[in-house]
Design a protein around this ligand. Structure first.
Ligand SMILES: [Zn+2]
Length: 246
């Protein structure tokens, strides 16, 4: 990743965050750095929920029927490592996730249910900070960006209010991880770095299927140290932040 120059980014003004919703395509997507910010937030009493759009059933060598439940269990352990109790996994198809109105509605529904101040998702750029993006990540990121607005519009998906009783909800921030042009960052403690390593370690069976994958301890702290430099701090997590209201 090409980090911005040292000390050039400001810390995210997260002192009044109460609820954060992370929306990603797969089990493990939050665990490549973002989970350090999650650990930092939950340690401060902020409630964080994860919404996964697929079970990641196409991500291993074993059959999807076996992989889906295995990866969901590993994700639950990853959540525990960073203080997240609330995990919801939808059954959109892994590997062939489609940007669609149905996907936007499903995300908007959860935004209205959880009522987060902040929605976090991954970059939908073709080439985010970590290389060539994956198709599901692009669909998930873009659908989430749009669903944040949908959730706050009375006339988009009116059935969410009319038949499900879900009042519209406007988040204050959209944060995009892995973006090539970050605007803000969350400084994280050494404890949060440790918990981030543990959260990726929790995906042991999945990582075991990837023979060339480095051990989490060998790259997560380094990654967070690199991002911390832009904040002028030891370790950090960078985001592109969009202030939506407030
Ligand atoms: Zn993924």
């Amino acid at each position: 990743m090409d980090e911005p120059d040292a000390g050039t980014l400001e810390a995210l003004p997260d002192h009044d965050f109460r609820r954060v919703l992370c929306v990603v395509a797969h089990p493990d997507d939050v665990e490549y750095g973002t989970s350090a910010a999650v650990a930092e937030w939950t340690a401060r009493g902020i409630e964080v929920a994860y919404l996964l759009l697929t079970t990641g059933e196409a991500g291993m060598q074993r059959p999807p029927a076996e992989t889906g439940p295995l990866r969901a269990a590993e994700q639950r352990a990853a959540c525990r490592a960073v203080g997240v109790d609330r995990l919801q996994i939808l059954n959109h198809p892994d590997g062939v996730l489609v940007y669609s109105l149905d996907l936007r509605r499903d995300i908007a529904r959860v935004i209205r249910q959880f009522r987060p101040d902040v929605v976090v998702t991954g970059s939908w750029e073709i080439e985010p900070s970590y290389g060539l993006n994956q198709a599901d990540h692009r669909a998930a990121g873009l659908a989430t960006a749009d669903a944040v607005r949908d959730a706050d519009n009375t006339w988009v998906f009116p059935e969410l209010a009319q038949t499900e009783g879900l009042a519209k909800w406007g988040a204050d921030w959209l944060l995009v991880s892995g973006h090539t042009r970050p605007t803000h960052g969350v400084p994280v403690s050494p404890q949060a770095v440790e918990r981030a390593v543990a959260s990726l370690d929790a995906h042991a069976a999945y990582l075991g299927d990837l023979p060339d994958h480095p051990a989490p301890r060998d790259f997560i702290p380094k990654l967070l140290a690199g991002q911390g430099r832009a904040l002028g701090t030891g370790h950090g997590v960078l985001f592109r932040g969009y202030r939506l209201r407030g």
